[in-house]
Design a protein around this ligand. Structure first.
Ligand code: TYD
Ligand code: MG
Length: 456
């Protein structure tokens, strides 16, 4: 019989206490104690009764050479963009967490995927958020095959796992982990302890049974998956669904993947018939103007394993605040402040009396430093009210001493831009190819002042 004890653990320092308190007496943090359950079942005895790790496997010791490394068989999910972020398809026994804002399309993409997969393998869709009717209505409206997918409305993790053991699905969705609770804890569903314990049970079930499980996780206002990142280390793959909920485009980004590359990006469009994949997304984020406008410049970013052209926009306006505003959407705000300081020191352009707003068009997040040069080009263009030519493309990282540093995959970025008709590119000297792509002039630059005079 499993013996269990209730404890209170601090989410900051990990200390445990037998009583709840408002302040952790170890690290002095406030409101960080959450309820957890520890299993006190004695170890030893029969090997089968021993508590096992995450994977539910007994520990054995082998040399690396003895471990068989057969390639994990991949099950294509039926969507090439989803397969791309998963690293080539679904792996049996893997747990994938899909996070994103409410209404972004998590349930939609999983329903579409499971309906397709259910045609060839047993699949179970567990939802704690919608009724069976709602799920069925959505499937019908999207014209998905309805005859094979099994749907269950349930929030108690023990019943979910019991049902799964009966039904033996090969792939399963739990939507969403915040609505699921375990009977072992008395705290409300959605709390850190509940989310963590329920997820741990699901992970163990996945590893024991070889079922691939998708967990849906809502993102809190601060942008973290609820339960201070407690889920991310437990699961094999973490995908984030991004995009403007009023826009059509949705980006699925892998931020952790034990079976593939991270920062791989899948692109989808939300239509009235559900999510459709965008197989060739390199230029979909470019808006085409009739005439060039100030404050806009195109850069080539590298997303996972392919280049993508995005437009960076800036608006610079005289400020009446003691502390002028620095606002970014889709870029790093601290990086903007740093780049404006570099622009002042090494480009001789002051912005301390200006509000600066920058935005990446289409809700894209550019996480790489290759956007530095494009960002400053957009700021300068807006500040001087001088539009840049529409066939200009810029990328490069900026160092604190005003030097322009190379970025990875420069050639591919240039080729992609040339393919889309860009005629002139300003790039770090180390990224300049021996032979420029056809129809394109490549201007190599090594310092900020040199780049600015090449652009303007
Ligand atoms: P949903 O998958 O329910 O979001 P999540 O599970 O991430 O909270 O997506 C709901 C949104 O998508 C909703 O605002 C309506 C929109 N939508 C469409 O535009 N077309 C469709 O075919 C579907 C199913 C949803
Ligand atoms: Mg949903």
């Amino acid at each position: 019989m499993a013996r269990q004890k209730r404890l209170y653990g601090c989410t900051e320092c990990g200390a445990t206490f037998s009583k709840w308190a408002g302040q952790c007496s170890e690290c002095q943090a406030w409101n960080t104690l959450v309820e957890t359950v520890v299993d006190l079942t004695p170890t030893g005895g029969s090997p089968g009764a021993r508590a096992a790790g995450w994977t539910g496997q007994q520990a054995t010791v082998k040399t690396l050479a003895e471990v068989s490394t057969e390639e994990m068989p991949r099950q294509p999910s039926g969507s090439s963009e989803l397969d791309r972020v998963l690293g080539g398809g679904l792996v049996a026994g893997s747990v994938v967490l899909i996070g994103g804002d409410p209404g972004i399309g998590k349930s939609t993409i999983l329903l579409q995927t499971l309906c397709r997969l259910a045609q060839t393998m047993p699949a179970l869709y567990v939802t704690g958020e919608e009724s069976q009717q709602q799920v069925a209505m959505r499937a019908r409206r999207l014209g998905l095959p309805e005859d094979s997918l099994k749907v269950m409305t349930e929030t108690c993790i023990e019943s979910i796992i019991a049902t799964a053991r009966q039904e033996q699905p090969k792939v399963m969705v739990v939507d969403s982990i915040q609505t699921i609770f375990t009977e072992q804890l008395q705290s409300a569903p959605g709390g850190v302890a509940q989310v963590r314990e329920s997820a741990a049970l699901l992970v163990r079930y996945a590893k024991q049974s070889g079922t691939a499980i998708f967990l849906v996780g809502h993102v809190t206002k601060e942008g973290a998956l609820a339960g201070p990142r407690v889920l991310e280390h437990m699961v094999d793959t973490v995908l984030y669904f991004e995009g403007e909920s009023d826009g059509r485009l949705r980006l699925l980004r892998a931020v952790k993947n034990r079976f593939g590359a991270v920062n791989e990006l899948g692109v989808f469009a939300m239509t009235d018939k559900g999510l459709k994949e965008v197989a060739n997304p390199s230029a979909i984020f470019l808006s085409r103007y009739e005439t060039p406008i100030p404050g806009s410049v195109v850069m080539s970013t590298w997303e996972g394993s392919r280049p993508m052209l995005v437009e960076v926009q800036a608006l610079v306006d005289s400020s009446h605040l003691g502390n002028p505003r620095r606002v970014t959407l889709g870029l790093d705000q601290n990086r903007l402040a740093m780049l404006l300081a570099v622009l002042h020191r090494h480009g001789g352009v002051a912005t301390y009396d200006q509000d600066v707003f920058v935005n990446v068009v289409g809700g894209v997040k550019v996480l790489e430093t290759a956007s530095d040069l494009a960002l400053l080009a957009a700021v300068m263009s807006s500040l001087r009210s001088r539009p840049l030519p529409m066939d200009l493309m810029v990328f490069g990282e900026l160092g604190l001493s005003g030097e322009i540093r190379p970025v990875p995959s420069g050639q591919e970025r240039l080729k992609e831009a040339a393919k889309h008709g860009f005629k002139r590119a300003i790039v770090p000297a180390a990224n300049a190819p021996k032979e420029a792509p056809k129809g394109m002039t490549v201007v190599p630059v090594t310092r900020l002042d040199q780049a600015l005079s090449a652009i303007f």
